[in-house]
Design a protein around this ligand. Structure first.
Ligand SMILES: O=P(O)(O)O[C@H]1[C@H](O)[C@@H](O)[C@H](O)[C@@H](O)[C@@H]1O
Ligand SMILES: [Mg+2]
Ligand SMILES: [Mg+2]
Length: 285
């Protein structure tokens, strides 16, 4: 049976690749940096230009589709998810990295119908890695299948997180307390690529066992939420409840602009990973 949305997914991949080219070219010029909610919540003209290029290209091909775009919402567009086919776009995920030419910058395009992600595309444009997932058909990086880590022991895991853009000392204290709690489990290490989408693609790739962040927005994680789940991972909120509703824009439905989400690892039922902590050998897939 023909896949109703394959044409749209192909368009998303091509649009993400074109957008990545714009990002790479912009890195050769001065980047005009502006701020949004705080002095460390950055946006550039490239973010805005890339979002408009993606949205215009979609409108020409799919005129009835709707959009939730990070910079459109910042400019006052509503952030409400309906049952209509909706493109959820983060034109540059990792804007701070982009400003500093730190090499993890993603273009993230998610696509939702009936409030369910149908496909997700994350292009890590400085690594030239195209992460894709179609609901029910697996997750891929440059065409190679992805699987989350089979590691069941958090003490043999790498956990990723980000600090966001809130610098309120009380909030920072809470973040550092979480970091301390996780590090002292203990875990092998903690990492952060500087972009939610790429952190989640690292979970889908099996090289990071879990990623958590408080305060992500629906556009940060819409595409990568499907990439994680199609790679065998699970998404949950900080209470451990299924967070796909949020990732699919549930919070956007209610007009909320940020979701609390932890994106974690592991397929269920894996038995071939040693759980004997006495064993010296640490088998990492
Ligand atoms: O780079 P953007 O699209 O703004 O998204 C990032 C956000 O700004 C940060 O606060 C978060 O910590 C990152 O996870 C997002 O990727
Ligand atoms: Mg983002
Ligand atoms: Mg962004």
């Amino acid at each position: 049976m023909a896949d109703l949305w394959q044409n749209a997914m192909d368009h998303a991949v091509a649009a993400a690749r074109r957008a990545g080219q714009v990002v790479r070219e912009a890195l050769l010029d001065d980047r005009k940096v502006m701020t949004k909610s705080s002095s460390v919540d950055l946006v550039t003209q490239t973010d805005q230009k890339v979002e408009q290029l993606i949205i215009q290209s979609v409108k020409e091909k799919f005129p009835t589709h709707r959009f939730i775009g990070e910079e459109s919402v910042a400019a006052g567009e509503p952030c409400i998810l309906t049952d209509d086919p909706t493109w959820i776009v983060d034109p540059i995920d990792g804007t701070t990295n982009f400003v500093h030419a730190f090499p993890f910058v993603a273009v993230s395009i998610g696509f939702s119908v009936n409030k369910q992600m149908e496909f997700g595309v994350v292009f890590s444009c400085l690594e030239d890695k195209m992460f894709t997932a179609r609901r029910g058909s697996g997750a891929f990086c440059n065409g190679e299948p992805l699987q989350v880590s089979g590691q069941k022991d958090i003490q043999r895991s790498i956990i990723a997180t980000e600090f966001g853009s809130n610098r309120d000392p009380e909030v920072v204290d809470k973040m550092f307390s979480s970091l301390r709690n996780v590090l002292c489990i203990p875990v092998h290490g903690m990492r952060g690529a500087g972009t939610a989408a790429i952190n989640m693609c690292l979970v889908a790739s099996g090289c990071v066992e879990a990623y958590y962040e408080i305060g992500m927005h629906v556009w940060d994680l819409a595409a990568s939420s499907l990439i994680v789940s199609e790679a065998g991972g699970v998404l949950m909120d900080v209470e451990g409840k299924d967070a796909r509703a949020s990732a699919d824009g549930g919070d956007a439905r209610r007009g909320a602009k940020s979701v609390r989400c932890a994106c974690v690892f592991r397929r269920s039922g894996r038995s071939d990973v040693p759980t004997d902590r006495r064993s010296q050998q640490q088998n990492h897939r």
